[in-house]
Design a protein around this ligand. Structure first.
Ligand SMILES: NC(=O)c1ccc[n+]([C@@H]2O[C@H](COP(=O)([O-])OP(=O)(O)OC[C@H]3O[C@@H](n4cnc5c(N)ncnc54)[C@H](OP(=O)(O)O)[C@@H]3O)[C@@H](O)[C@H]2O)c1
Length: 314
């Protein structure tokens, strides 16, 4: 199989294309021909050598990075009954996948508990964009914050992979959604339902907001979020580590979410998509090492719009 790999940790331009043997399925897994994969900030950390155990436990060079994918099932393990050859699915690979078993490749072996079937109307690129970013947003908004109608939520970083899904999930639950972004992203955020977009370059959230019911922080500004959270309110962050003082606040709940996307979370996202409540904003690039380098560099700029996807085949 063709794969885009690195032979050492380092800068984005270390990716190159190579041929590797396909991973073999087990009785409990399925093999997919990958249609598309998306790139997340955690891939950038992985490439630079910043990730640790359990992610790195089974890694060897040349290393195939990547977790998110959409794919077409080509083989089914004998214990798997839910999926069949030809099914089009999307999902994530195990956190601790082997060095030759990431998603920047033409094939992968996957756990059926970490995939769902692509619904009608969703492209393979959109499906590949969903798993980590969509799952993270869904867990935060629908599960951890359990946002209700008529609540006001601040989502810091609305235009990124996670933020753009979070804005829409909160909106679908009837909340008033306020978000922070650069001016170039205001129109898109309003289109997907944001009630107020704050330009964080010129305006601190505390200048214009107070007493919001919930905060979802995707950028690491926990202190800023806390300044506008009402007593009794809840802040969930995926962008930074709360300090011991923030975790111990008597009147506000602060927590770091370590996300784990599974079929139940994916099915929640599929329902929103089929109800026309989830627009999936993707920029798709063809499957070359140059485009993987480009995608990593764009994400490192911290100004992506939605998700970056590498397209292999329909
Ligand atoms: N804990 C977990 O399980 C978990 C899971 C997934 C992701 N994460 C983390 O969550 C973070 C977000 O992930 P992502 O995929 O959404 O990243 P991303 O797509 O790279 O986010 C880029 C976006 O961040 C916005 N941004 C940057 N600085 C900002 C600021 N100070 N205020 C407001 N917006 C700002 C940019 O908006 P503008 O261009 O409009 O400025 C851009 O659209 C990353 O740190 C990632 O590692 C954690």
């Amino acid at each position: 199989m063709k794969a885009i790999v690195i032979n050492q940790f380092g800068n984005a331009d270390t990716f190159y294309e190579t041929e590797l043997p396909q991973t073999q399925i087990t009785p409990d897994t399925v093999a997919v021909a990958i249609n598309a994969f998306s790139i997340n900030p955690m891939d950038i950390a992985a490439r630079a050598g910043y990730l640790q155990s359990p992610f790195t436990d089974n890694w060897t060079f040349p290393l195939v990075l990547g977790w998110d994918f959409s794919g077409t099932i080509t083989q089914v393990g004998q214990n798997v009954t839910k999926y069949h050859i030809g099914d089009q699915v999307f999902g994530t690979l195990p956190s601790n996948h082997a060095g030759n078993a990431g998603s920047y490749a033409e094939t992968a072996v996957v756990d059926p508990a970490s995939i769902s079937t692509i619904p009608a109307g969703m492209s393979v690129d959109q499906a590949a964009a969903l798993p980590i970013a969509g799952g993270t947003a869904y867990q935060a908004i629908a599960q951890n914050l359990n946002v209700h109608p008529n609540e006001t939520i601040l989502i810091q970083g609305g235009a990124g992979g996670v933020g753009l899904f979070a804005v829409q999930i909160a909106k679908s639950r009837g909340a008033k959604v306020i978000t922070t972004a650069s001016p170039a992203h205001t129109a898109l955020l309003q289109q997907v339902g944001a009630d107020q977009v704050i330009d964080y370059h010129t305006t601190a959230v505390s200048d214009v907001l107070s007493s919001v019911d919930a905060v979802f922080d995707t950028v690491g500004d926990i202190a800023g979020g806390l300044t506008v959270l009402k007593p009794g309110g809840k802040l969930v962050t995926v962008g930074g580590q709360p300090t011991p003082e923030q975790l111990a606040l008597p009147d506000k709940s602060v927590s770091f979410q370590f996300s784990h996307s599974d079929t139940a979370v994916f099915d929640g996202l599929i329902t929103l998509f089929t109800n026309d409540q989830l627009h999936i904003e993707v920029q798709s690039l063809p499957f070359t090492a140059e485009n993987v380098v480009k995608a990593h560099q764009i994400i490192e700029s911290h100004h992506t719009t939605g998700k970056l996807v590498i397209h292999i085949t329909d």
